[in-house]
Each structure stands twice: as structure tokens, then as C-alpha cells.
Design a protein around this ligand. Structure first.
Ligand SMILES: Cc1cc2nc3c(=O)[nH]c(=O)nc-3n(C[C@H](O)[C@H](O)[C@H](O)COP(=O)(O)OP(=O)(O)OC[C@H]3O[C@@H](n4cnc5c(N)ncnc54)[C@H](O)[C@@H]3O)c2cc1C
Length: 414
């Protein structure tokens, strides 16, 4: 009998996993089913550009179904819960899907309700988020009207998707207000719960330096307890206040709520505990997890999802063949950081190695931790690669799931 492979979530991870598996198995060997509650696949890195008029919502949304290879079944329905005892997914509306192997790829959700006041007075008027398509589009209109005052960019809590995106927002805001000739009338403030601009020391120093260079004030160790839209201020748990005229907030994140309704599957935030190197879920051997849905200490990023995908697909195949799993996922993450004025930085790291200077992927390549126009072009080209390379599950010559050490001077000498 053909193996029944069910993939929950048809975003970055679910789509590339389905397409890679379809190439691996003939139809007679495995059925592959992807479940998602809508047919709108958003290219999420594009959300950063929408508020600045550099991308339009319609440019970054495509049909999910059309990203799936022939022979992958798409079920447009919401997952209600999972019954691991009976290897069955229950969908809202009562239908159910039995499986031999399940892949959880339902990503992360914005937990806007976690922060008192966030969606209260002033929401979508002077308090916005660019982490949703609707929010990014509404923010574009608000930025167009904004020519004087205090713009505060606030990360409520970690983990968040693409932890560098709020920093990129500050850098682009600096560029945007310069272009409009009003930069000296706009204060830009970055408010983070971290003790520096970023999590990893070398990158944190480099990014704090860039913020200072661009005259962006950095407020650290701020845990947002309330967004007071009527009073135009963020209030921290420690009583500190940050006034704003326009607030751009990245809400706390959690896993998909259905995970919480599935006994034994998720942690307290509804992320799915999984093996750091094989991506097998702790809940049961025939369940795997990929991307933002996992509790792995890797960035919640498309690049991570991409690198995980190769190892995960190998492991689904090994599991079905009764072979030992491949334990080679090393936490590899790779992010372009847009810094404005047509430049970008690139960082490359994994569980053990923080972002270091050098070049990617080898001694000759894109500069790491250094602003360049080449990196900016790389960031722009990434959208093309996303739809035509990453989602179809194509391998890229020279780019492997494992983090390359060759271009990193500090490592290459060891
Ligand atoms: C503003 C922003 C900028 C970013 N920039 C970058 C970047 O520059 N580089 C980078 O690498 N990454 C970036 N990312 C992160 C990247 O987009 C994500 O890490 C990546 O999409 C994760 O893939 P995923 O498959 O885990 O989740 P997703 O792609 O989010 O897919 C999850 C899917 O699950 C579905 N789903 C959820 N719940 C249910 C349910 N109950 N039933 C059915 N379906 C459900 C959702 O509809 C969704 O389609 C950015 C993200 C944001 C928000």
C-alpha cells in the first residue's frame, strides 16, 4: 500500500517539503496531502518593503495550490487537532485524515492579545504591525502622512519570525524619511526586550553601531506590559515609559492554536518540541516538524526552513524505510539585513557559531557582516528564488543545509 504522508500548513516549509517528497516518491509509492486554511501564500520577507511603497500587497501573494507540484493533493481546511494515538488529523467541520507520517508546518501566529492595549485605542491608526499583510498595507498609508514626530519600533517578546526584520524596518525608515527630506523632524527609536540590538554578540555590536550611525535611539531590556494608544506611550513591566507618535509593534508570537488542542504535541507556547538535528517531534516517531512551528533554538526564518527541509525529507524517507535518521541539521540560518540606501548586510550562523565576518559561501562570495550593494541585490533577487527555486524544492549549487566554514576567517584557520 502507498505511504500516506500528510503535511499540515502550506507555507514555506509545507510547500517545499511536499514538492521535494513528490519528486522522491512515485504516485504509487506515496500519497502526499497538504492542508492549509486558505489559498493565499504570502512571501513574508516582502512585508518589510510594503510600508515604504517598495512592494505592493498584490506583488507578494500567490495561490498556494499553484506552488504545489502535480500529484500533491491540496485540502483547503483548518486543522482542528491531532490524535497521535490514532495517527489521525481532525479538521474543522468534522472531516479527518489518517496518516503514516505527519509533518507539522503550521508556522507561528501573532499573539496580539498577549499585550494589553495593543489592539485597543489607536490600533491601525497610530499603532501598527508590518507582520501581517493588512498591517503592512495600513502602515504604508500612515507613513505617507507622517512627517514629524517620534516613530517607535517595538519588539514585544522573543522568539519572533525573522528577528532582524524590525531592525531592517528602522534602517529603511531612516532612508525613507531622508528621501522625503524630513529626516531631521523624525525621531526613530528601537525598543527591544534584548540587552543589545541583536542576540549574538558580534552581530549585536555591528548592528548597534549601524543604529547609532543612522541616529536611531536604542532602548534595551524593555518588556512591554501595555500599549497605551490613547496616551501615546508604551509602558514597561518595570514602570518605564516610551512615548510615541507612531508605534510599529512586533507582537509576541506563539505556535498555531490547534497545537495546544492536540494532547502531548506542543509546549506552553504551542511550539512543537522536536529533535534539534533530525526534526523528529518528541510527541511520536512518525511526526516531524519544520520551520516556525518548532521549538528549536534556531531563527524563525525562511532560510532555516529551507535548510531544515532537505534533512527532514531525507528523514521522512528513512523513517518509512525503517532506517536510522539523519542527524545533520546544524541550526544553519542565513539572513540578508536591508540597511537602506540600496545596501544590505548578510549574516550566516548555526547553533554553535555566531554570525562572523568573512564571505559566504566560500572565501570568494558575498561579504558577511558588512554593508554592500551586492547583498542588497541578493535580498531583492531572493523573491525570485523563493518562488522558482526554494518552494519547488530545487537544490542550489554550492549551497548546503550545513553552515559553510570556508569563508569565515575565524573558523577557516582552525
Ligand atoms: C515581516 C517578515 C519578514 C521576514 N523576512 C524574512 C527574511 O528576510 N528571510 C527569511 O529567511 N525569513 C524571513 N521571514 C520569516 C519567514 O517568512 C518564515 O520563517 C517562514 O515563512 C516560515 O515558514 P513556515 O512554513 O514555518 O511557516 P509559514 O510560511 O508561515 O506557513 C505556515 C502555514 O500554516 C498555515 N496554518 C496555520 N494554522 C493552520 C491551521 N489551523 N490549519 C491549516 N493551516 C494552518 C498558515 O496558513 C500558513 O500557510 C520573515 C517573516 C516576516 C513576518
Amino acid at each position: 500500500m502507498a505511504h500516506r504522508i500528510v503535511i499540515l500548513g502550506g507555507g514555506t516549509g509545507g510547500t517545499l517539503t511536499a514538492n521535494r517528497l513528490r519528486r522522491r516518491y512515485r504516485a504509487s509509492e506515496a500519497s502526499i496531502t497538504v492542508v492549509d486554511h486558505d489559498d493565499r501564500h504570502v512571501y513574508q520577507p516582502g512585508l518589510l518593503f510594503v510600508p515604504f511603497g517598495l512592494a505592493h500587497p498584490e506583488d507578494i501573494v500567490r495561490s498556494r495550490r499553484r506552488q504545489l507540484a502535480d500529484g500533491v493533493e491540496f485540502v483547503e481546511a483548518a486543522v482542528d487537532h491531532l490524535d497521535t494515538d490514532h495517527d489521525t488529523v481532525h479538521l474543522e467541520g468534522g472531516a479527518s485524515l489518517p496518516y503514516d507520517v505527519l509533518v507539522v508546518a503550521t508556522g507561528a501566529v501573532l499573539a496580539t492579545d498577549e499585550t494589553p492595549g495593543l489592539t485597543g485605542d489607536g490600533w491601525m491608526e497610530k499603532v501598527f504591525t508590518f507582520y501581517s499583510l493588512e498591517g503592512a498595507a495600513a502602515l504604508e498609508a500612515a507613513l505617507t502622512r507622517f512627517e514629524r514626530g517620534r516613530l517607535v519600533v517595538n519588539v514585544v517578546d522573543m522568539p519572533i519570525k525573522c528577528p532582524v526584520a524590525p531592525l531592517e524596518f528602522c534602517f529603511l525608515a531612516d532612508w525613507y524619511f531622508h528621501e522625503r527630506g524630513v529626516r531631521d523632524q523624525v525621531e526613530i527609536v528601537y525598543v527591544t526586550p534584548l540587552d543589545g540590538a541583536f542576540t549574538k554578540p558580534t552581530a549585536s555590536r555591528a548592528l548597534a553601531g549601524l543604529l547609532a550611525e543612522k541616529n536611531v535611539e536604542l532602548v534595551t531590556e524593555f518588556n512591554t506590559g501595555e500599549v497605551d494608544g490613547a496616551g501615546n506611550r508604551l509602558v514597561g513591566y518595570d514602570g518605564r515609559e516610551v512615548p510615541f507618535d507612531l508605534a510599529v509593534v512586533v507582537p509576541a508570537h506563539g505556535g498555531a492554536p490547534w497545537v495546544g488542542r492536540s494532547p502531548g504535541l506542543g509546549d506552553s507556547l504551542d511550539f512543537v518540541p522536536a529533535d534539534l538535528h533530525t526534526l523528529q517531534a518528541e510527541a511520536k516517531p512518525n511526526v516531524f516538524a519544520i520551520g516556525d512551528a518548532t521549538n528549536l533554538p534556531a531563527s524563525k526564518a525562511g532560510s532555516v526552513t529551507h535548510f531544515e527541509g532537505e534533512v527532514l525529507v531525507e528523514n521522512v524517507a528513512r523513517f518509512l524505510a525503517g532506517e536510522p535518521l539523519d542527524a545533520t541539521y546544524d541550526g544553519h540560518a542565513n539572513c540578508f539585513i536591508e540597511t537602506g540606501f540600496h545596501k544590505a548586510l548578510l549574516i550566516d550562523f548555526n547553533y554553535d557559531t555566531e554570525p562572523l565576518p568573512g564571505h559566504f559561501p566560500a572565501q570568494v562570495g558575498l561579504p558577511l557582516l558588512k554593508e554592500s550593494r551586492l547583498n542588497h541585490l541578493g535580498k531583492l533577487m531572493f523573491q525570485w528564488f523563493y518562488w522558482h527555486g526554494l518552494l519547488p524544492g530545487r537544490d542550489i549549487p554550492g549551497i548546503t543545509p550545513a553552515m559553510p566554514a570556508a569563508g569565515k576567517a575565524a573558523l577557516a584557520s582552525h
